[in-house]
Design a protein around this ligand. Sequence first.
Ligand code: HH2
Length: 316
Amino acid sequence: MRRSPIQAKSKSFSDRADHRPSHRLSFSNLKLADGRVIKFPAVMGVLNVTPDSFSDGGRFLDPDRAVEHALAMEAAGADVIDVGGESTRPVGAVEVSVEEELARVTPVIERLGKRLCVPISIDTRRAEVAHVALESGAAIINDIAALEHDPEMAPLVARTKCAVVLMHMRGGPANHIAFARYRDVVCEVVEYLAARARFAVEAGVVRSRIIIDPGLGFAKTAQHNLQLLAALPDLCALGYPVLVGASRKTFVARTAAGAAGMADERDLEFGTAAVNALAVAAGASIVRVHDAGAAVAVVRMAAAMTGRDQRFRRNA
Ligand code: HH2
């Protein structure tokens, strides 16, 4: 089979990977400690309670508006709501104090814990914030530092048996773009995530509740992101559900707009939809998005077409 130039560049893991149809490597669900089950492929709706996030910064700082938006995403079919209080935008992100992060997310999670039926995930690198969120009803910790930033994070995840997202990044939220240099980005990201998952299991984290994420846009150029997307089956082959967070990111805007330059709303929307559909076809278990309603339709369609939705299997 001929390989695209992007695939051809990242040799080692693609060459070693077992080329079975990708949905056989994919997972059907995630069972949470409280008994709830997230069916895959799933949609994670983003709720940024920040003044400066690149897509929705400032829109949901008011807890009433944040709660309203989370409920709307749930009504639109989101399977998880991911609440974050610290922006990681590639240019201009400011590190916030733990106190500030807590002040942003706590009132929102406390209220969502009582009102949402779908699970809440907390997007944080800090154990103190994660702990408060878990106490208030969160069930998943989305750690963009893959348990490396805060030594208390792994023991917290192990003790509470919550689910955890381990994401690949280099540097910190404010400077990661300076670290976008790789010998072989696919190989290095796969090796890193395998090592972080091993670390988590050794620390006592429940293996079946680990999710891995290539961290699109975090210390990655557009070319790196595209290479990683082309290699999703290699990530899935590690044996953990894979989360893909491409929603409205700069590389989507640039790629979808083409040589013409400035991306508009449609480039972002359809570019994101294309990534989500192909990610599901390649075996991804969760897509993290800003527009939950659009993503739900895309994920349902992609799941049905690739045999990942039982109802549409050929021999069902
Ligand atoms: N991307 C962002 C934030 N958190 N978490 C995971 N697991 N994967 C991602 O790709 C990911 C993430 C960045 O997007 P957003 O939250 O919209 O922006 P900001 O960091 O500026 O708040």
